[in-house]
Design a binder for this molecule. Sequence first.
Ligand SMILES: C[S@@+](CC[C@H](N)C(=O)[O-])C[C@H]1O[C@@H](n2cnc3c(N)ncnc32)[C@H](O)[C@@H]1O
Length: 280
Amino acid sequence: MKNSIEFRDDATIARIREEMDRFSWYHKIDLGSGLVTPGLALENVWDGIRKTRNHLDYKNKHVLDIASFDGMWAFEAERLDAGTVVATDSNFRAYHNFLFCRQVLNSAIIPYYNISPYELSERLLVHFEDIHEAEHPYHNLFQIVQHLGVLYHLRDPLWSLSQTRSVMRKDGHLLLETAVILDDEASYMVFNGVPPAPGRIYEDITTWWAPSLLCLKEMLHASLFEVDEQTITVVPQAENMGRVSLIARAIGPDELPPPYLEELNRTYRNPGLKTENLNR
Ligand SMILES: C[S@@+](CC[C@H](N)C(=O)[O-])C[C@H]1O[C@@H](n2cnc3c(N)ncnc32)[C@H](O)[C@@H]1O
């Protein structure tokens, strides 16, 4: 049984705790027996994601968790009864944490910790094609993709959104969470500055962009997603910025105005979309 916690005696619990305490943690992952990994105090952001996530049914779904880090959202997807869960990241330190939790939880999550959010369609081919002799070789495209806490870390956010859409089934769902400017009237992106400018987004060199809320919705549309307004959760962090969680449906190419689709199909100048996957 996946992600199940067997009976543990006191010696086993003490051994797990000792090993857990040797790592440093980003996530708070429930390992059972009263053990929770000592991650950061980000409950306000995480509760926003969970509120939005309540709109999704994970049962038997094929789920991808991008930039999984210690893996909290992937393990939670598994606990929500997802069918198969895949976790990607390009963070080797976090891989040790992830593997430790995977073993402790008897989890069946499939990790690929050498895949960046820019190259999902190419690097996950091995996953999609593992049943290549079947009638529908792309059956493995994802029904739910979790893109959480990573868009603002990416220099090229549209590339990542296009890649995300390219590994999803049509009518699948994207659960997205990121930093935004709290403006739903005008469409623009704020650049974090070099070095990061105080008062813009975060004073952190791994943060690049925060779109206004309207801009984020438009970027998603340009990447073949339709935002479900009912699912939006906003967590304010400063006067004009904060975090947003939302769910967007993966739309088909026929739902995008034809001139845009034509332009996106010119992947030699707009890289990112794997156009042959969009109708699957
Ligand atoms: C803030 S953590 C978010 C972790 C998790 N998805 C969550 O929401 O709790 C950022 C994650 O994005 C990854 N990341 C950060 N910058 C990145 C970049 N430029 N390219 C690829 N991955 C990046 C990190 O490895 C880390 O897993």
